[in-house]
Design a binder for this molecule. Sequence first.
Ligand SMILES: NC(=O)c1ccc[n+]([C@@H]2O[C@H](COP(=O)([O-])OP(=O)(O)OC[C@H]3O[C@@H](n4cnc5c(N)ncnc54)[C@H](O)[C@@H]3O)[C@@H](O)[C@H]2O)c1
Length: 252
Amino acid sequence: MKVTGAVGIITGGGGGLGAGVARMLAAHGGRAVVLDLETSAAADLEREVTNVTFVPTDVSVPDQVRAAVDRVRAEYGRIDLCVNAAGISPAQRVVDRRGRAHDLPTFEKVLDINLVGAFDVIRTVAAAMSGNEAGPDGERGLIVNVSSAAGLEGQVGQAAYTASKGALIALTLQLARDLAIHGIRVMTVAPGIMDTPMLAGIDGDRRAALVDLHVFPKRLGTPEDFAALVKCFMEVTLLNGEVVRLDAATRL
Ligand SMILES: NC(=O)c1ccc[n+]([C@@H]2O[C@H](COP(=O)([O-])OP(=O)(O)OC[C@H]3O[C@@H](n4cnc5c(N)ncnc54)[C@H](O)[C@@H]3O)[C@@H](O)[C@H]2O)c1
């Protein structure tokens, strides 16, 4: 898939990793449509970067997802790329030190946004992509899901987040198989520790400790690293049904 001129939907693209992809697409003459919350930084990104469009959308509300995808199709004629980066990561132990159990609404909310919301976007966008004219190799689209190292190695307090991100990893090959008849590829990224607003508020010492966990290179990942990986997925058609860690060999 050519990056130049590609139309991409990026959920959670108002900040962090998703915004990195939006900037990358725009820089290559593509169109980035950011589906993010009204309260996010997406409106600022739209003002700052030409070729970025913000469509306020809560991915956990099916009517909003449907309306957003319909709008993108009507305005731009096709959807080539979909990056599912919307996500939340509240921390809570299954049973805390005082003996209190994890509350169920929090667990359900994380699954609702990180997994059910992502699946709703995938199914809606893939149906739209299936109407694209096929490119070389019969390709009609690429879906990139953003999992996490926590989807493979959950840390303390990450039960809900790990369940949601692990499910995205498990879905990767299944989705690639299901969508193959339409020429749609599916890739998943499992980032390690990325320097995004999710890390805001971490003090200097803690940050240095996180950097030190990296085997090589000794630095946190960036939205630019993530965007470069998505660009590689777009360009190398043989990549499909695979999970790629983006973590400088870090194991938490
Ligand atoms: N930062 C990291 O270290 C790291 C590591 C592994 C995985 N990830 C994953 O990468 C993705 C991007 O995270 P980030 O680090 O860029 O953080 P971020 O907080 O900057 O981005 C997440 C975005 O999702 C949006 N969002 C939240 N709920 C939403 C909803 N219901 N509907 C639509 N948008 C919603 C937020 O407004 C925000 O813009 C997330 O899925 C996260 O779990 C991040």
